[in-house]
Design a protein around this ligand. Structure first.
Ligand code: NAD
Length: 327
């Protein structure tokens, strides 16, 4: 197949493109190398891809006309839309930019799908949509009317826009709600990567809250498996469908246990600086993955201890020959 992956140079996108290429697909990635974190980390993930089967279009997903032209006559079978401004806390500082990329960019890619008769649209959604859901684990039919950050609101908006295109234009849409993804080349703003840099540079770990908040960490290979299962299902459908599906580890870890886990994996004793809880952060996330199991045969394979060891191996090597650790 020929798959278009937006955000293809990003953390999840880079891993996904590699697997698609390994499985024999052609991939066109769209990415504007948003300066949220250094380009070098993104390039490390994609710079050995074969030019014969991998094309990178460096542009903004909001540039609908450019993308319509670039993909004209290219017979794209599916769009996997991962491009976004990610991160809860920075979205509180810059809500307009998040709205533009995450809402406008999703609308733009839906328009590209419609114009080019691409019948499969897989959308990288987020567990943040559940906000402070009291009920655990979080299931797809739980109410999601109260997002607690601009980021969460924009991700939910993307799901709604995609529904409208499914309804009007017979597009098959899977909105995959990812739960905190980690692994090699993880975004530097996310806890595991940030803690690792603090440990490697002998700084105290900044722990927001009392350490009892918890996250359902999901190893990136498990997420990529889920996306590939979703792609296969979407392509097998005789009739267009719209499904929202959680992809998580379904085994939450408390923040204080995560800190000792990453410190153990790096073999460094942590010093902890406790700071107040951050606005916009949910107290916990926990995925009910029974729907993903039923529809996709999804079953996460990598437990947190193993995933942290793999991350520690990458992070140690990545920063071994770099003097600037404060990315
Ligand atoms: P990432 O920042 O590494 O990847 C996003 C990519 O999108 C980046 O390479 C960036 O340059 C690109 N991008 C940003 N704005 C763009 C624009 N206007 N035009 C073109 N490209 C643009 O983030 P990630 O962690 O790989 O996340 C990928 C997707 O998964 C995002 O949609 C995010 O909301 C979602 N998600 C991620 C997590 C997680 O834990 N990493 C959890 C839930 C949802």
């Amino acid at each position: 197949m020929h798959i278009c992956v937006t955000g293809g140079a990003g953390f999840i996108g880079g891993h996904l493109c590699r697997r698609l290429l390994d499985e024999g697909h052609r991939v066109t990635a769209i990415d504007n190398f948003d300066p949220f974190y250094p380009r070098a980390i993104k390039e490390e993930g994609i710079d050995d891809f074969p030019a014969k089967t991998f094309t990178l279009i460096e542009t903004d997903v909001c540039n609908t006309d450019t993308l319509l032209q670039a993909l004209h006559g290219k017979s794209v079978d599916a769009i996997i839309h991962l491009a976004a401004k990610a991160g809860v806390r920075p979205s509180i500082e810059a809500p307009m930019a998040y709205e533009q990329t995450n809402v406008g960019g999703t609308q733009s890619m839906l328009e590209v799908a419609r114009e080019h008769d691409i019948d499969t649209f897989i959308y990288g959604s987020s567990s943040s949509i559940y906000g402070n859901n009291e009920k655990v684990p979080f299931a797809e039919d739980d109410p999601v009317r109260r997002p607690i950050s601009p980021y969460a609101a924009t991700k939910r908006s993307g799901e709604l826009l995609a529904y409208t295109f499914h309804h009007l234009h017979d597009l098959t849409v899977h909105c995959l709600r990812f739960f905190t993804v980690y692994g090699p080349r993880q975004r530097p703003d996310l806890a595991i990567h940030k803690f690792a840099r603090q440990l490697l540079t002998g700084q105290p770990i900044t722990m927001y809250g009392d350490g009892t908040s918890s996250r359902d960490y999901t190893y990136v290979d498990d997420i990529v498996d889920g996306v590939l299962h979703s792609l296969r299902r979407a392509q097998d459908q005789r009739r267009p469908e719209y499904e929202i599906i959680n992809l998580g580890g379904s085994d939450p870890t408390q923040l204080r246990d995560l800190i000792s886990g990453i410190a153990d994996a790096l073999d460094i004793t942590p010093e902890i600086e406790q700071l107040p809880r951050q606005p916009g952060d949910a107290q916990r996330t926990y995925a009910d993955i029974s729907k993903a199991g039923e529809l996709l045969g999804y079953a996460p394979q990598i437990p947190i201890e193993e995933g942290l060891r793999k991350f520690a191996d990458w992070v140690t090597e990545y920063y071994a020959d770099r003097t600037v650790l404060d990315v």
